[in-house]
Design a protein around this ligand. Sequence first.
Ligand SMILES: [Zn+2]
Length: 93
Amino acid sequence: MKGCMRNECPQCGSVAFVKNGMTRHHAQNYLCRGCGRQFVRELQIEHISDRVKALVLRLKEEQLSLESICRICSVSRSWLVQFFKTQKSHTGT
Ligand SMILES: [Zn+2]
């Protein structure tokens, strides 16, 4: 998977962000001027938008298979498995 660059804040969608030093992984870090969120522009596997995550969870509640969710949400199966693992700790509303 080749990395690509995001052009907006992952949190609020603002394009007004400034360079904010380097991460410990030597990636350029950015700071959103809209909401103050820090992020890196280089997309990694974990960088799935909250909107997609919400959709993933909804589809899972509908008992869809992992394969279906992958196709609908355009996420990798490995990410999905990882994501569900992280969700386990706080399920139930
Ligand atoms: Zn923002």
